[in-house]
Design a protein around this ligand. Structure first.
Ligand code: HEM
Length: 400
């Protein structure tokens, strides 16, 4: 069984080292050709084919998401990620309308402003750290805006997210080390405390923001309890920030070395939505999703025992030639692109429309103002496994 959790990437850190996270597609293809479903000691069953991954994601009764519920030192399962049917449906019924495409469109103007303010801060510089100065702060700032929280909370938000997702990096000690565990626990507790305070404040003076909606929204006549709202907020902090950061890190890592694609982003802004989808497919920033088998079962001929951990490799499913023609190439005008970068089945990403908005706006505004850039010579991009973020991305701006 997996002992630690990297958000959605549970167990992948054990399966994938940073070298694989940097360049995963060849490994995915290799797995598909040799062992599309296999058992990895200490991790569980790994599923790498599109058909197999679909089977796992589309059968929540057989493959439960109530897995590693406490690995992030949470008090209760995260809502809705770690909730199985039938309760899961109730939460999505309430949350889906809040994240619908039409509602997300309303955020476009403030998102454009945020991106441009960030770019203002470094557009004249020759060299920046893309991760520190752009891909990390940006999604958190969008979130603060949506939640009606002051921008001054940014450092606190980043500390909360990192302290719970990667306390090992923050503390400088392995997972399992008492200092790391203590830091993660302290951070998790502080997340509950923080949102408790904000929720109390909003309950007294509701506004037009997401938190106020959680307080008043009803499904089938029921309101969310105080604890349920906390469990949703906790998940948003870990689901909605690193994932967008990782997507930007992956996209720009590629773009920095592909001037022809950058030119397309500048010259054909109408093509940006399709380009985002194709880069999501190719890069699959969230490499996999974890489940646990609820009874003895099988995927194809491969037998799985009740209680076994099952890792659906989304990245591998996204380069499966059975689903995608020219699967091993970036094809920006695919007519059909049924990628699984946002997962699939009932747990498919709640924030996909928000993520798409953030990514499209970032690519459009950035390339309008900074069409040329490259990885600083000599710099090595070290991607984390599971969710493929970069701690540092030294970048030179300008034609060079
Ligand atoms: C490009 C950025 C993003 C990627 C690649 C991504 C990816 C994913 C994936 C793969 C899942 C499914 C996990 C599983 O089945 O185990 C998921 C679920 C989820 N995501 Fe995202 N996500 C992104 C952005 C966001 C954002 C911005 C939010 C903000 C609200 C968000 C909120 C959620 C939630 C709440 C779930 C759980 C849904 C459920 O269990 O019903 N995500 N995401």
């Amino acid at each position: 069984m997996v002992e630690r959790d990297e958000g959605f990437g549970t167990g992948l850190a054990e399966l994938m080292n940073p070298e694989v996270a940097r360049n995963p597609q060849p490994i995915y293809s290799l797995l598909q050709a040799s062992t599309p479903v296999f058992r990895l000691d200490g991790v569980g069953v790994i599923v790498a084919s599109r058909a197999g991954v679909d089977e796992v994601l589309r059968n929540p009764d057989l493959f439960s998401s109530g897995v590693n519920a406490h690995d992030l030192k949470t008090k209760r399962p995260l809502i809705p990620l770690q909730i199985d049917p039938p309760d899961h449906k109730k939460y999505r019924k309430l949350l889906d309308p809040l994240f619908a495409p039409q509602r997300m469109k309303l955020l476009e103007e403030s998102t454009v402003r945020l991106v441009n303010e960030l770019i203002d801060g470094f557009v004249e510089a020759d060299e920046i750290d893309f991760s520190q100065q752009f891909s990390t702060p940006y999604p958190s700032q969008v979130f603060l805006t949506m939640f009606g929280l002051p921008m001054a909370e940014l450092p606190r938000f980043l500390a909360m997210k990192d302290g719970v997702i990667r306390p090992d990096v923050v503390v400088g000690q392995e997972f399992g080390h008492p200092d790391t565990e203590a830091h993660q626990q302290r951070t998790a507790d502080s997340i509950y405390e923080y949102f408790e305070e904000v929720i109390d404040e909003r309950a007294g003076a509701p506004r037009d923001d997401f938190l106020s909606h959680f307080l008043t929204a009803e499904v089938d006549g029921d309101r969310l309890t105080h604890e349920e709202i906390l469990d949703i907020c906790f998940l948003f902090l870990i689901a909605g920030l690193d994932t967008v950061t990782a997507s930007l890190d992956c996209f720009y890592g590629h773009l920095a070395e592909h001037p022809e694609t950058r030119r397309k982003l500048v010259e054909e802004t109408d093509a940006i939505p399709a380009m985002v989808e194709e880069m999501l497919r190719w890069e699959t920033p969230v490499m996999g999703g974890a489940r646990v088998a609820t009874s003895d079962t099988r995927i194809g001929e491969f037998e799985i025992a009740e209680g076994e951990m099952v890792m659906a490799l989304l990245g591998a499913a996204n380069v499966d030639a059975a689903e995608f023609p020219d699967a091993d190439q970036l094809v920006f005008d695919r007519e059909v692109n049924r990628h699984l970068a946002f997962g699939g089945g009932i747990h498919r990403c709640l924030g996909s429309h928000l993520a798409r908005l953030e990514l499209r706006v970032a690519l459009r505004e950035w390339h309008r103002r900074i069409p040329d850039y490259r990885i600083k010579p000599g710099a090595e991009l070290v991607y984390t496994a599971g969710i493929r973020t970069l701690a540092s991305f030294p970048m030179l701006l300008g034609p060079g």
